[in-house]
Design a protein around this ligand. Structure first.
Ligand SMILES: C[S@@+](CC[C@H](N)C(=O)[O-])C[C@H]1O[C@@H](n2cnc3c(N)ncnc32)[C@H](O)[C@@H]1O
Ligand code: SF4
Length: 458
């Protein structure tokens, strides 16, 4: 155990965003009108050579995992999904007059649990997409699945529709941890779903893990990691448990006394790094790993990796159109989020209104800072001359305060910098959020020390 690392983590331990957007959602400006979003879409209709990414949120799960911070609706009434899809289709139809003929290069269904849908419901939704959009033959088409509720028939249907990637939730194999987080998932269930995905020829399989869960011990956790590595998914998401009970009331059911100490969390993190490295999984950005021959690694090496609300992607600067409750669209310099509650989402659509709850129109300063933060999150490096050229600024003048803060971080060993570039070091990867936060104009010092909106470094 590296004591110096523990000290640094304690020193820099603060709540911070994961930067799937900049500004982050809590700082979006008000009032934001659906018209802002429509205006942007209309302007983009004329733009050639752009591509589209489509996200659909399927919020349903049969049971609530107590740790989960996703926007979910817990129900076993499958007919609820029929009603929901009816509204998603209505939302899609509202957008049609604004759509450009651009090809769709990425489709993702997230949740909740998209495999809550029956085969017929999945076909119905996908065919609706095909009706309106031209889906590129090489599109990346993926979804999140829960091995506990996913059948071979569903996977076969998805493959038939053209889905080529999956991401499955695992979290932890240990029954004691599973009991505490209220998620009972046998190793056999995970193995079976994984084997089906391989048999059906999905080209990429990701697995989600969480560290920092109650009752995790170094031994149980290493056992987990070895099981996963033996299975051999292409990608691994390795999330730091975000314990935010003030924001997610279910998390009050998590036994706080059993949460790992900061010291143990660092140990878990270090053992994951070393086991992944040994198994030839390379780290990507914040909390993802991929096999050394995976295209995410190639994109990282060629500086073409991107990050959006769906996570890291190889798809270059597509417009992200999102459907369904709480989903977030990202179109050039406009972010827009749908209502988070089903009842509000349904009501807006019943009134033939766009179900937009809030959003943000980026200012020139937002655009500059977004570029800097996303470069650091994706490439772990920032070319200063390139930023100066693209945004017509003097970096040292615009970011004089930020450079002072970065200097302190460079003394800690988190980064190196000169007049040409800023590069995040191996150690600095762990503090990537802290580095990016330096450029976040919305986080004042007071906010940083008191905010309860985000999760912690480790
Ligand atoms: C939509 S779920 C995955 C699909 C499916 N519902 C399942 O659980 O298998 C998204 C992922 O977010 C991660 N996640 C959810 N809540 C989290 C939290 N509080 N802290 C860290 N990761 C979290 C989990 O790893 C989870 O697998
Ligand atoms: S982890 Fe997955 S299955 Fe569990 S509540 Fe969250 S979205 Fe639903």
């Amino acid at each position: 155990m590296n004591n110096n690392l523990l000290e640094l983590i304690q020193k820099y331990d603060t709540q911070g965003p994961r930067y799937t957007s900049y500004p982050t959602v809590p700082h979006w400006n008000q009032p934001f009108l659906a018209q802002d979003y429509q205006k942007k879409l209309r302007a983009l209709q004329k733009k050639e050579s752009q591509t589209l990414a489509l996200y659909t949120h399927i919020p349903f799960c049969e049971e609530k995992c107590y740790f989960c911070a996703c926007n979910v609706v817990i129900t076993r009434k499958k007919e609820q999904a029929d009603l929901y899809l009816k509204y998603v289709k209505k939302e899609l139809a509202l957008l049609v007059p604004f759509l450009a003929a651009s090809p769709v290069t990425q489709i993702h269904w997230g949740g909740g649990t998209p495999t809550y849908l029956s085969c017929e419901q999945m076909e119905d939704l996908f065919h609706e997409y095909e009706k309106y959009f031209s889906i590129s033959p090489s599109a990346e088409i993926s979804l999140e699945l829960d091995p506990r509720v996913t059948s071979y028939e569903q996977l076969k249907t998805l493959r038939h529709l053209g889905f080529n990637r999956v991401s499955m939730g695992v979290q932890d194999f240990d029954p004691k941890v599973q009991e505490a987080i209220h998620r009972h998932q046998t190793e056999e269930q995970t193995q079976k779903a994984y084997a089906w995905c391989r048999e059906l020829g999905f080209s990429s399989v990701n697995m989600d893990f969480v560290y920092g869960l109650p009752f995790q011990t170094r031994d149980s956790f290493e056992k987990n990691l070895r099981t996963i590595v033996a299975l051999g998914p292409d990608r691994l998401a390795f999330y730091n448990y975000a314990h935010v009970p003030w924001h997610v009331p279910y998390q009050k059911l998590i036994p706080e006394h059993a949460l790992p100490t900061a010291h143990l969390k660092v140990e878990l993190f270090e053992s994951a790094l070393s086991i992944f490295k040994e198994a030839q999984y390379l780290p990507i950005g914040l909390d993802h790993f991929a096999k050394s021959n995976d295209e995410l690694i190639r994109a990282f090496e060629t500086r073409t990796l991107r990050r959006n609300f769906m996570g890291y992607t190889t798809q270059k600067d597509s417009l992200l159109l999102a459907f369904g409750v709480s989903s977030i669209s990202d179109v050039d310099d406009v972010y827009s989020q749908n209502f988070r509650k089903l009842s509000d989402y349904y009501r807006a659509l019943d009134e033939d209104k766009w179900p937009v709850m809030k959003g943000h129109v980026l200012s020139p300063d937002d655009r500059l800072r977004r570029h800097v933060i996303m470069e650091l999150m994706c490439a772990l490096e920032l070319s200063i001359p390139r930023v100066e050229k693209q945004f017509l600024i003097s970096f040292s003048e615009t970011f004089s305060k930020e450079l002072l803060a970065l200097k302190r971080m460079s003394e800690e060993g988190f980064l190196t910098m000169d007049s040409q570039k800023i590069s995040v070091t191996e150690l600095g990867r762990i503090f990537l959020r802290n580095i990016c936060m330096v450029f976040d104009a919305y986080l004042s010092k007071e906010v940083l020390s008191s905010s309860k909106q985000y999760s912690r470094t480790i």
